[in-house]
Design a protein around this ligand. Structure first.
Ligand SMILES: [Zn+2]
Length: 74
C-alpha cells in the first residue's frame, strides 16, 4: 500500500490518496520535438501530464492482474 509502481512503459505514483496518478514514461523525440508514446494527455513539452487512476485500475490495465484470482495474461 502507498507504493509507486514502475513498469518499462508506464509508472504509477501513489500519493497515499485514494486516487494516484499514472504517467506514461516512453518518450521519443522526432524532428526536434518530443512526445510520449501511448499518451493522449501531454503537456506543452510533450511529456505525459499524468492520468488520474486508481491503483487497482492501473494494475488491471497495465499489469494484467485480476485481483480476484491473481492470475495474469500473457
Ligand atoms: Zn500519459
Amino acid at each position: 500500500m502507498g507504493k509507486s509502481i514502475i513498469l518499462p512503459h508506464v509508472r504509477y505514483i501513489d500519493n497515499g490518496d485514494r486516487k494516484g496518478m499514472m504517467f506514461h514514461s516512453q518518450v521519443v523525440s522526432s524532428q526536434g520535438r518530443c512526445y510520449t508514446l501511448g499518451c493522449d494527455k501531454m503537456d506543452v513539452s510533450g511529456l505525459c501530464a499524468g492520468h488520474k487512476m486508481s491503483r487497482r485500475e492501473f494494475l488491471e490495465r497495465y499489469c494484467g492482474v485480476e485481483p480476484e484470482t491473481g492470475t495474469h495474461k500473457e
